[in-house]
Design a protein around this ligand. Structure first.
Ligand code: PMP
Length: 330
């Protein structure tokens, strides 16, 4: 019989899909590593498994304990899947800009969700960092993985995402482009690819305009899961050769094109990463293989990026151009 013990065994080994339509104008082969094929629907399943394994091994997480983490949703889903299988409780703290759909997903997996204001300093007692610190201190048996400083975050990418990409491209990848949030993906995958290729692979980070990685001050932007207003230790500043800043407008426009033209219903940070990858590919040749990592699926963003009224309310879309079939035939 062909089965796995639990969905946790299905984490990783995600496919590479060629971007044909949105990359039609560039010379390099552009391939997307589609992370929504993970059982929890995002790249974060990879780090969840490793962080919990390590905490069990070190004794930081004890039987019946509670996992407390600030997360924009995806890390929470990964942690919730692992927690369920191993008998832990989960409490997740997220900023209020995170879509309601995403918070409801966490609750569906059995987690408790605490929502905090986005527009306050990280040091503010109301910030999601502060609130999660306090819960981790005061809830009995609590353990906070802290994806921002946990070495298992970049390590999981060094040990899984990087080797998968090298194998899947038969060592022909020349550029790796990925969004930067905690920095785990770029630091672990990027480091592996640089080592295995002896420095030949160029590593490019994609960042929302306003975030610190591309020289911003941390001013608010709408793309979720990427960019920071501080420098996390999971981010290794030596790995990226270049950081490309992408506006919310360009990120969301590309996200919508990925759904309509490539059949990839993905999140806003995917559109951001692809927009950056295409800027890189526009400078490349037919010998180049540009791989871009797409962290999650688009279902959590139906009421935002894929909602014309929401897009129009930020001036990203003019609704007047969209007529319904009924209006056309009247
Ligand atoms: N996109 C989304 C939707 C995410 O949730 C995350 C994780 N915060 C990222 C991109 C960035 O990945 P990393 O934290 O590894 O830099």
């Amino acid at each position: 019989m062909d089965y796995v013990e639990s969905v946790v065994d299905l984490v990783g080994s995600t496919p590479l899909v060629r971007l044909r339509s949105v990359a039609a104008h560039v010379a390099p082969l552009v391939l997307a590593k589609v992370e929504y094929f993970n059982p929890g629907g995002s790249v974060k399943d990879r780090i969840a498994v490793r962080m919990v394994d390590a905490a069990e091994a070190s004794g930081a997480l004890k039987p019946g304990g509670t996992i407390v983490e600030p997360t924009s949703g995806n890390t929470g889903v990964g942690l919730a899947l692992v927690a369920q299988q191993r008998g832990y409780k989960t409490i997740f703290v997220c900023p209020d800009k995170v879509a309601v759909d995403k918070r409801n997903v966490l609750k569906a997996y059995g987690a408790e969700v605490v929502v905090c204001p986005t527009a306050v300093d990280p040091e503010d007692p109301r910030s999601y960092y502060s609130v999660s610190d306090r819960l981790a201190r005061e809830v009995e048996g609590a353990w906070k993985p802290d994806q921002y400083s946990n070495a298992e975050n970049p390590r999981s990418h060094y040990e899984t995402t990087g080797p998968e990409l090298w194998r899947q491209t038969e060592g022909r990848v020349t550029h790796f482009v990925t969004g930067v949030g905690t920095g785990g993906t770029i630091s672990g995958t990027g480091r592996y690819l640089k080592e295995v290729s002896e420095g030949r692979v160029r590593v490019v980070g994609a960042d929302p305009e306003g975030s610190v990685y591309s020289g911003g001050t941390g001013r608010p932007y709408l793309v979720e899961g990427v960019g920071e207003d501080f420098w996390p230790s999971a981010y290794d500043p030596e790995v990226a050769d270049e950081i490309v800043a992408v506006s919310d407008r360009d990120s969301f426009a590309m996200t919508r094109r990925l759904a309509r033209e490539e059949g990839l219903l993905v999140g806003g940070s995917c559109g951001m990463a692809v927009a950056a990858a295409l800027r890189v590919a526009e400078r490349g040749t037919a010998d180049d293989v540009v791989v871009v990592l797409l962290p999650d699926g688009g279902r959590g963003y139906l009421s935002k990026i894929f909602n014309d009224d929401w897009m129009a309310s930020y001036g990203f879309l003019s609704t007047s151009s969209e007529a319904t079939v009924g209006e056309v035939l009247r």
